[in-house]
Structures are given as structure tokens and as C-alpha cells.
Design a protein around this ligand. Structure first.
Ligand code: ATP
Ligand code: LTN
Length: 327
């Protein structure tokens, strides 16, 4: 059974996009191998963030993982910063990734495009180096992510190839896995843009009240076509709502189209809202219970201890391979 690894950075409140594109898949695959599902708190520092916010967001993600059904007896849930091998390995690996390829990363271009060059942190540029270290530390072949992260995983693959060519079979080759439906949930107010936790327009947050969620769905941007039909170029809003409904209910696009044939967008949106609310009601209840129970600290501690065990072995293997003295 292959190891599975993924992370979410605690930069803001999680969205329905994170839930569908990432967390739900983590739950699905957790029994298919040893899984390492961490909170990328070091990555969250690549853009300015308040210390308290970072701390609270990190705890929240752990609680959301558990509320969604990750079993801490099967999955290793931990903070990236609790495993020093991530940082140590990144320092070594940075020498095998190049400025040219890092500057072509879409996420870097998006996030830095509005910043003055003097204000772009080195960490934002080197983001994929740390991410490659995260990935290779656990010898994981399977990396479940949303579509926007595939480019980073591809870069990690290039790095593994480059490194192994030079030093032999030291690192395991990873591969991104994206969900068939729901790998890119779009914003409800602008369905041509990704729903993102650092861009708070029209997006559904997991900590929004159920009423607010309903309202946001009812006022989602649609079109003038007047037909519930999957067509991303001409009906991006409706297609996005169909994707949300399909990934939460298991209904296919054809089934949804049939069900709403001859019906208005109002009826359709109400049904989408019902689906989302039905999914999030028990999830939010579990989250509240978990936060109150104090379980999070215990789970994170246990996860970090196992993660440290595995990660330090890989780090040593790399240190030896490159010739770091005395290892
Ligand atoms: P930010 O806005 O801070 O860049 P984000 O909301 O894009 O954050 P990440 O921390 O980058 O979230 O992503 C966590 C996981 O959720 C990744 O696997 C990412 O691909 C997935 N994800 C994020 N947004 C979406 C989305 N809109 N649809 C599907 N998956 C998503
Ligand atoms: N960059 C990812 C978070 C992340 C990650 C990883 C995902 C950090 N390290 C390793 C998969 C594998 C994001 O979600 N923005």
C-alpha cells in the first residue's frame, strides 16, 4: 500500500472548495495506505499573517479534518512546523530547483502580481521547494490535491528525477491525484475565478452560518440561458453549482440535468442549498464538539511523533547521499 500525503495551509477560513477539492478526498483515501495529512503552517508565513490568526486557523484545520471523518488512529495529522525535517530538507533541496522554473509557477505569479518586487518575500518564491520537501519526506506516491496544486507536484516530480539521476534511487516519485468532479470549485460571485480562502467574495466558508450559506447560494451568479445544463464556457455559474451538487450528492451531471428539466434556476439553487446544508449540518456540529473536547492537541502531538520518525529517516538518507559529513 502506497503512502498518501497532502496539506492545507492555514491562511484563512476554509472554503467549500477546500472541503470538496481536498478534505473529502483525504477521508476517502485514508484507509488505502499510511496517510500523512498535515497543516502547512510554515507555508502560511509566505504572506503576512497575524500570529493569533495563524494559530487559530491551524487548530481549526485539524478540527475540520477530524469533523470530516479523518480517523486519527489511521491518518497522521500534524503541524508541518512540529517536524523540523521539513525545513532541514528544504535547505538541501533548494539547490536542485532553479530560479527559472520557480518563477513560472502560476501560484507565485498570481500572489506576487499585485506586490512591488522589493516586497516579495523569498519564502513566497521558494514555496515549491518546501512543498517538494513535504512530499518526498514520507516516501509518498499519492498526493491528493485540487487542480491548482498540480503544477507544484509536477515540479516535485522534476526534482525527484533530477536528484535521483545524480545520486541514485534516493527519493520516491510522487504523483498528484485530483478528484474527477470538484477539483476546482469556482467563486459564487465570479464563476470564472477559483473559490479561495484568501479572496473573501462570494465564497462559502465552512464557519459561515447555515443561513448565510443558503443566502450565498441563492444569490449565486448564473446566466440568461435559463436551462440547468453543464457547459463551463457558456454557463460557468450553473456548471459550478452542478459540480457542487454532484460532488456532495454523487448524482451525475446527466441526472441533475434531467431532474431540473423545465424548472427554473430558483428551484435548482434551492436544491443545491439543501444539499450543501445537509452535508454541513452534522459536520459543523462535530467540529464544535471537537473544539470543545481538547482532542486536537492530543491528535497533533501523536501525529507529529509518528511523522518525525519517518521524516528523520528520509532526511538522513538525503544527507548521506549528498555527502554531508558525519551522517
Ligand atoms: P489561498 O487562497 O490561501 O491560496 P486556497 O483556498 O487556494 O488558499 P490552499 O491552502 O491553497 O487553499 O489549498 C488547500 C487544498 O484545497 C489544496 O489541495 C487545493 O488544491 C484545494 N483547493 C483550494 N481551493 C479549491 C477550490 N476552489 N476547488 C477545489 N479545491 C480547492
Ligand atoms: N501548497 C498546498 C499546501 C501544501 C501541500 C504540500 C499539498 C503544502 N505542502 C504538500 C500537498 C503536498 C496548498 O494547498 N496550497
Amino acid at each position: 500500500m502506497d503512502n498518501i500525503l497532502s496539506g492545507i495551509k492555514p491562511t484563512g477560513q476554509l472554503t467549500l472548495g477546500n472541503y470538496i477539492g481536498a478534505i473529502k478526498n483525504f477521508v476517502k483515501v485514508q484507509n488505502e495506505g499510511e496517510s500523512f495529512l498535515f497543516i502547512a503552517d510554515l507555508h502560511a508565513l509566505t504572506l503576512p499573517i497575524e500570529p493569533e490568526t495563524l494559530k487559530n486557523n491551524s487548530r481549526d484545520i485539524a478540527a475540520y479534518y477530524l469533523a470530516a471523518g479523518l480517523d486519527p488512529n489511521r491518518a497522521n495529522i500534524f503541524l508541518q512546523s512540529d517536524v523540523p525535517s521539513h525545513s532541514e530538507l528544504a535547505i538541501i533541496l533548494q539547490n536542485y530547483l532553479y530560479m527559472g522554473e520557480l518563477s513560472r509557477m502560476t501560484q507565485f505569479k498570481d500572489k506576487s502580481s499585485k506586490m512591488k518586487e522589493e516586497a516579495i518575500g523569498l519564502g513566497l518564491f521558494a514555496y515549491p521547494v518546501l512543498m517538494a520537501a513535504d512530499i518526498v519526506l514520507y516516501d509518498s506516491k499519492r498526493i491528493p490535491v485540487g487542480e491548482d496544486q498540480v503544477q507544484h507536484v509536477e515540479l516535485a516530480r522534476d526534482l525527484v528525477k533530477r536528484f535521483n539521476n545524480r545520486y541514485g534511487e534516493v527519493l520516491v516519485m510522487p504523483k498528484a491525484e485530483i478528484a474527477k468532479v470538484g477539483a476546482r470549485i469556482m467563486s459564487l460571485s465570479d464563476p470564472t475565478k477559483k473559490m479561495s480562502k484568501s479572496d473573501p467574495k462570494g465564497d462559502i466558508y465552512l464557519n459561515d452560518s447555515l443561513e448565510a450559506i443558503r443566502k450565498k447560494i441563492m444569490s449565486a451568479v448564473t446566466d440568461m440561458v435559463g436551462k440547468v445544463h453543464y457547459d463551463v464556457s457558456n454557463q460557468p455559474g450553473i456548471s459550478n453549482l452542478m459540480t457542487i451538487m454532484s460532488s456532495l450528492s454523487g448524482k451525475t451531471f446527466e441526472q441533475i440535468e434531467k431532474e431540473f428539466e423545465g424548472k427554473g434556476y430558483g428551484d435548482f439553487k434551492r436544491a443545491v442549498a439543501d444539499t450543501v446544508v445537509a452535508e454541513l449540518t452534522p459536520f459543523k456540529q462535530r467540529y464544535e464538539e471537537i473544539i470543545k473536547s481538547g482532542l486536537v492537541d492530543e491528535v497533533l502531538q501523536r501525529g507529529a511523533s509518528r511523522a518525525n520518525q519517518i521524516a528523520s529517516k528520509t532526511l538522513l538518507r538525503v544527507q548521506k547521499a549528498v555527502g554531508l559529513y558525519h551522517k
